[in-house]
Design a protein around this ligand. Structure first.
Ligand code: AMP
Length: 400
């Protein structure tokens, strides 16, 4: 079965075509600047690459370009659109959906109602689904949600201490995100350790431009740092993470900012960028700290402190920790983050083999634990697209 995985953003559309029989990526690419002007980059499995500016007025145009590239004679990997058996759509916010689902009229109608919960992330997904339907007809589509892994959180964990009617009326609660990644790496960890995931207490640190940490107990998400939106939790590239909510009302009431301005400040101008004034990119922050830039040193100390705090908090909440996972851009690649984020956690049994940490091979699962550590610290490359393709294959096969 060939599965096309699509990740639609407001002005971008990423794709990967998987051959699920061989588990091979046949092609992948990115359409950017949709609705602005348009650019596309496409790479076939054998390295043939197409990069160009192409007019992309909307997501329909982007899907047409993708299909053209996948089936074309020069950069193509399949003969025709009929060779695409199913489409997997990544969705940030699944609202009530506990699992990935086959898209039918009812599911699409519900998805539209979640646009209010994720105004930046979900409307482009609906556009992507509609574009595929228009251009590819009845090819089955499956939606895979970043939130669904976290729907196992218990009531006392997902509820905010707000008047209960806000939950009843507006479904305001902790949803959590990056679920596909946390699900993938925690399953990989259990497989690598040869253990049943139900017997492991795992803290999974997805640290990238957006970051979240999840406590996984009995094989299920038990708690996570992101909340009602992906703004909560640990500080990120441009997002503040958790702050005292009274700062929001102070800025609006006392400093005259609008709600939209505060929203933009917290989502786009905070985190590493806001603290350092230099960059949202972790590599830039580390380079600046190296040169002695005070606020870059402070930002590093801040994120390390928060990471240690969350690891400790989740270990306490689960009554222990067996496995600590690092994944995503920073988690997989930054020995510095792994070192400073676990410093002093020996009392929990977390101890890294620092030599291996500093020379950690890229792109593979690595066990970084020191021989006398009681907690396994693993670096695991995440693969959300593959997980989406797997769910899509399973659900489409089950529906036949
Ligand atoms: P992601 O959102 O998962 O793509 O992660 C992006 C983040 O990963 C950025 O802050 C990058 O600075 C960081 N990153 C990527 N590669 C490296 C690397 N080799 N060393 C340190 N950080 C990296």
């Amino acid at each position: 079965m060939n599965v096309l995985v699509i990740n639609s953003g407001s002005s971008s559309l990423k794709y990967q075509l998987f051959d699920m029989d061989t588990k091979k990526v046949l092609a992948k690419g990115l359409c950017e600047r949709i609705g602005i002007d348009g650019a596309v980059k496409h790479t076939a499995w054998d390295g043939r690459t197409y990069k160009n500016e192409v007019t992309l007025n909307n997501h329909d145009d982007a899907i047409k370009v993708v299909i053209g590239l996948l089936t074309g004679s020069e950069y193509g990997v399949i003969d025709s659109v009929k060779d695409i058996d199913a489409i997997g759509q990544r969705v940030a916010h699944g609202g009530k959906f506990k699992e990935s689902v086959l898209v039918d009229d009812e599911a699409l109608a519900y998805l539209r109602t979640t646009e209010k919960l994720a105004p930046l992330h979900n409307p482009p997904v609906v556009k992507g689904i509609e574009a595929c339907k228009k251009i590819m007809g009845n090819v089955p589509q499956v939606t895979v949600f970043d939130t669904s892994f976290h729907t196992t959180m218990p009531e006392h964990v997902y509820l905010f201490p707000l008047p209960y009617e806000l939950y009843e009326k507006y479904q305001i609660k902790r949803y959590g995100f990056h679920g596909t990644s946390h699900r993938y790496v925690s399953a990989k960890a259990a497989e690598f350790l040869g253990k049943d995931i139900k017997d492991l207490k795992i803290v999974s640190c997805h640290l990238g431009n957006g970051s979240s940490i999840t406590a996984i107990k009995d094989g299920k998400s038990f708690d996570t740092t992101m909340g009602f939106t992906p703004l909560d939790g640990i500080m990120m590239g441009t997002r503040s993470g958790s702050i005292d909510p009274a700062v929001v009302t102070y800025l609006i009431k006392d400093e005259g900012m609008t709600a939209a301005e505060v929203d933009s400040l917290l989502n786009k101008k905070s985190g590493f960028l806001g603290v350092t004034g230099i960059s949202s990119d972790w590599r830039d922050v580390c380079a600046a700290a190296e040169k002695g830039e005070h606020m870059a040193v402070v930002a590093k100390n801040m994120v390390a402190h928060q990471l240690r705090k969350y690891i400790g908090a989740f270990a306490a909440a689960m009554g222990g920790i067996d496995v600590l996972i690092f994944t995503a851009g920073i988690g997989e690649n930054s020995d510095q983050m792994r070192e400073i984020g676990t410093e002093g956690l020996e009392f929990l049994g977390i101890k890294l083999n620092q030599e291996l940490n500093h020379n950690c091979p890229r792109g593979e699962l690595v066990d970084l634990s020191a021989p006398d550590a009681t907690v396994k610290t693993l670096v695991i490359p995440t693969d959300e697209e593959y997980m989406i393709a797997l769910d899509t294959e399973r659900i489409v096969n089950a529906s036949k």
